[in-house]
Ligand binder design. Structure first.
Ligand SMILES: N[C@@H](CCC(=O)N[C@@H](CS)C(=O)NCC(=O)O)C(=O)O
Length: 268
């Protein structure tokens, strides 16, 4: 739970203020969107602290983390999106994002891990490969809501940041093509799973598996309701737009868009 801090009012009554949690993000990160969605879903009050690339490490490092998102909640710290989702579920008594029934829970966790390890990195690599030439749009997305100093520094460091993204994510035309194939492969698996007419990936209600699929597919789908900082689809290069429309027009694509429109509830 959030750590309460107490103070006395003029009439002597004790007022207890619950400090909101802090979610450290980069505004354009789809893993941050996964965490944000979980917190919104279970209505945990939080304040987002967005940073530009590289500066994010100063913020996450203070809490023993590296990548974003990191959640600081009272005296607890969570340095991985899955741990944040588990925590969000537990704070609200459990059974909201992970079913209590052990078999169903294992299924949800296995799908979540698969999307974390496979879908998230490949939508990211493919999307960056399309967007690296769009420096202005990428800089806008990376700067949304960040401290003024960081956005000014980013303006100068953008070429360095983009080079780092290219080399760290090993982005080449060939690797981008392979990543798109991997995304299509996961979409086919999800299509098959939904083939029996089910409305959710596991059981008969929304779980962390659905949330993770939709959040990590979002860079390739541009869903309405995506709360990470991103460009509009009509600003994307034509080849990217065409592929997004193809992916949207699959069972898995339609499923993710439905999850954004029906299940992405809570604070914005
Ligand atoms: N396993 C991590 C992965 C998060 C991740 O890959 N975050 C990216 C942004 S989408 C990041 O912070 N990259 C920069 C870094 O690792 O310093 C999680 O689920 O939280």
């Amino acid at each position: 739970m959030a750590s309460p801090s107490a103070g006395r009012t003029a009439s002597g009554l004790v007022r207890v203020a619950i400090k909101p949690a802090i979610l450290i993000t980069m505004p354009h990160s789809h893993y941050a969107e996964k965490a944000r969605w979980a917190l919104d879903r279970v209505a945990i009050p939080y304040r987002e602290e967005p940073h530009v690339p590289l500066f994010h490490r100063l913020a996450t490092g203070r809490h023993g983390g590296g990548s974003v998102p990191v959640l600081v909640h009272g005296i607890e710290r969570f340095v991985d999106s899955s741990d944040i989702v588990v925590h969000a579920d537990a704070v609200c008594g459990g059974d909201l994002l992970y079913p209590q029934e052990p078999g169903l829970r294992r299924e949800v966790e296995a799908l979540e891990a698969r999307f974390d390890d496979e879908l998230g990195p490949h939508t990211r690599r493919w999307a960056y490969a399309q967007l690296l030439p769009e420096t202005r749009l990428l800089r806008q997305a990376m700067s949304r809501g960040v401290p003024w100093l960081e956005s000014s520094v980013l303006a100068v460091m953008m070429p360095l940041v983009l080079n780092l993204v290219r080399s760290r994510l090993r982005i080449t035309p060939e690797s981008a093509k392979r990543s798109l194939e991997r995304v299509r492969g996961i979409f086919r698996e999800v299509d098959e799973r939904l083939g029996d007419g089910r409305r959710y990936l596991v059981g008969d209600r929304f779980t962390a598996a659905d949330l993770t699929f939709a959040a990590l597919a979002a860079p390739a789908l541009f869903p309405a309701g995506y709360r990470a900082a991103y460009l509009a689809l009509d600003e994307a290069p034509a080849a990217m737009r065409e592929e997004v429309l193809r992916l949207r027009n699959t069972g898995a694509g339609r499923f993710a868009l439905r999850l954004f429109s029906e299940e992405r509830v809570g604070a914005s």
